[in-house]
Design a protein around this ligand. Structure first.
Ligand SMILES: Cc1cc2nc3c(=O)[nH]c(=O)nc-3n(C[C@H](O)[C@H](O)[C@H](O)COP(=O)(O)OP(=O)(O)OC[C@H]3O[C@@H](n4cnc5c(N)ncnc54)[C@H](O)[C@@H]3O)c2cc1C
Length: 583
């Protein structure tokens, strides 16, 4: 699908379009080339990574480096690097398909993402020609490995509070300070380091591991992703040439946060890929283990968990590929040939910052719920290191912490949404909240339409009542985010299921069941969040009107979910896997 200029979807605008009316990009629309690369990634992961799962997790740094090199030989490190600098310059959708495969081994995929995403992309988008020519070809082949060093012991969420300094002296920068929790630090050749010039202007610098004055600390002893290197990076009068400043003086925040948006999309997609692997081994185990003379997968409460895992995969995929479709459309209107190519591309990515945060939060929490279901489904074996479930439970916990904690991302989602609703060309919150209900006949779309109407009504009234102070109450801000998250997730799944039905896809009936389960449960959560938000934010007088309004609105008819889930579980058991993946 391709959109014309006037159809480009604005970030955050999904709340203001009738349910299902925006153009939808789905996992099902793939080019042959993208699928071929995703298949190559799958073969690489199945052939080289999964068989070395234990070795990787013993923190064999030479092995991780060698595997990154092999990935480079297959072209899997250069997907987002321009062709002129040794890469393939493919769309973000291809990058996401590959990442989903890589995410089947959490430690390796952390190294892969730190290298290809937050380590390499600052140079892709902000580097000058000399910097790109020097570093990108080496990063594309895996000859060099990159790391991104923003966090410090005293500044994590509050990244702008960094204390590391850079001073220009005799045409060289002298950097002093210490960076904490840096992925790939144990074997990286190149560090993108954020430091304040003269203690004030946060800026980015390219530091090579052989530069004088840079060293790394001991490996952190972690709860999970034990095979990924995490160390402090120490800068003690680290001296680098003047031309290693990246993107200009004071551009550090722009670079750091812009690149994190891409990392967040990817973390959401990676969570889906990891969830697929969990479902595969859980299906296998529940088919083999018997209790009361039956396989575990014959029990309703186990079928419920299997089905819920597939629902989360389906919804996560639908969200990720929807947003990445919008982003690819926007990026296709920019060009590396233009002098402002990198900046234009970054601007396109910024447009979807809200959706990037939603992908990250939703994906990381969905994967954690799936990992928890896996541990429970394995019973005692779920608690044992002899079986795979305990590892994903530990490994995926980090996803809620890095790339901005889920608390920070929730605050960003609510803050960005309300900011976009202000100003002259802002999103029309008040008008949309007061518009008459126009309910579609399709029960799934109807649920989405009702959820949007509920959420808009409450958010608009609360904002009118509280004004700018609305975000001072962080719990309330998180509730606004939860409403947006649930609705984006619900709509993405519903529209995809409808598109599959319209094209006669062989799994269309399964897709509809998956979307129905999610929509029904999400509706209940939207309902609860809307009421709690109203109670937090509206004054008593407004609250009375609001409650009366909410009660007067329709609600979707309840659906018996157990039979839907049993049918979903049966399809999964028959296939031995989640059958809707692109590859
Ligand atoms: C394994 C691992 C790998 C990492 N890799 C990298 C890397 O490669 N590069 C890099 O730069 N960093 C990396 N990090 C750092 C990571 O991004 C930070 O840990 C994260 O941003 C949180 O910062 P913090 O640990 O200082 O927690 P804090 O900022 O101290 O937060 C502690 C808690 O307080 C909450 N909190 C903080 N501020 C607020 C607020 N304003 N409102 C509400 N709640 C708040 C947080 O959500 C969190 O729950 C990594 C971390 C780990 C553990």
């Amino acid at each position: 699908m391709s959109l014309d200029e006037t159809q480009l979807v604005r970030g955050g605008s999904f709340m203001f379009h009738p349910a299902g009316s925006l153009p939808q990009f789905t996992v099902e629309d793939n080019s042959e080339d993208a699928l071929a690369i995703a298949e190559a990634a799958r073969d690489f992961v199945n052939g080289e990574i999964i068989p070395r799962d234990e070795e990787i997790d013993r923190l064999d740094l030479d092995l991780s480096r060698q595997l990154l090199r092999q990935a480079g030989e297959l072209g899997l490190l250069g997907i987002e690097i321009p062709e002129a600098y040794g890469g393939m310059d493919l769309d973000k959708k291809t990058a996401l398909l590959v990442l989903e495969e890589m995410a089947r081994q959490a430690s390796f995929s952390t190294s892969y993402c730190a290298h290809t995403s937050i380590g390499t992309l600052p140079i892709v988008y902000f580097g000058n020609h000399a910097q790109k020519s020097k570093y990108l070809p080496k990063l594309a082949t895996g000859e060099w490995v990159a790391a991104y060093a923003l966090t410090e012991a005293g500044s994590g969420s509050d990244a702008l509070g960094a204390k590391t300094t850079a001073v220009l002296k005799d045409s060289h920068w002298l950097l002093n300070g210490s960076k904490a929790w840096i992925t790939n630090a144990g074997f990286a050749d190149l560090f993108v380091v954020f430091a304040k010039i003269n203690g004030t202007h946060l800026s980015a610098f390219l530091i090579e591991k052989t530069d004088p004055g840079i060293s790394t600390g001991a490996e952190e002893k972690k709860l999970g992703i034990k095979g990924s290197s995490t160390r402090t990076v120490i800068l003690d009068n680290c001296r680098i040439p003047e031309d290693r400043l990246l993107g200009g003086k004071g551009k550090g925040a722009r670079i750091a946060f812009g690149i994190l948006n891409i990392g967040r999309f990817k973390l959401g997609a990676g969570s889906v890929g990891a969830g697929k692997r969990v479902l595969e081994y859980t299906l296998k185990y529940t088919g083999e283990r018997t209790q009361f003379g039956k396989p575990l997968n014959a029990f309703g409460l186990i079928q419920q968990k299997l089905a819920n895992m597939a629902v989360r995969i389906f919804v996560g995929e639908s969200m990720s590929f929807r947003t990445i479709g919008y982003l690819d459309e926007a990026l296709a209107r920019t060009s590396w040939e233009s002098e402002t190519g990198g900046a234009d591309k970054m601007k396109a990515i910024d447009e979807y910052a809200l959706e990037a945060s939603m992908s990250k939060v939703w994906g990381s929490e969905a994967l954690f719920a799936t990992a928890d279901d896996a541990v429970q489904t394995f019973g005692g074996a779920g608690f044992s290191t002899e079986y795979p479930a305990e590892k994903i439970y530990r490994d995926c916990r980090i996803n809620r912490i890095f790339e901005g904690t889920n608390e920070i991302n929730r605050l960003l989602i609510a803050g960005t949404f309300l900011k976009r609703c202000g100003g002259a060309d802002g999103l029309p919150l008040k008008e949309a909240a007061e518009a008459p209900l126009d309910l579609p006949a399709d029960p799934l779309l109807r649920t989405v339409a009702l959820a949007k109407a509920r959420a808009l009504r409450v958010i608009a009234l609360a904002q009118a009542d509280r004004g700018p102070r609305i975000l001072d109450n962080q719990e309330a801000a998180a509730r606004i985010s939860n409403l947006l998250l649930e609705i984006y997730a619900m709509e993405s799944a519903v529209v995809r299921a409808r598109a599959m039905s319209a094209t006669g896809h062989r799994w269309a009936a399964l897709a509809r069941d998956l979307a129905m389960v999610y929509a029904q449960e999400a509706w209940n959560r939207v309902q609860a969040e809307a009421r709690m938000l109203a109670a937090e934010l509206a004054s008593d007088a407004v609250l009375d009107t609001l409650v009366a309004d909410l009660l007067a609105m329709h609600a979707p008819a309840p659906v018996a979910l157990s039979s839907l889930r049993q049918s979903i579980a049966q399809s999964l058991v028959d296939q031995g896997r989640y059958p809707l993946s692109a590859v």
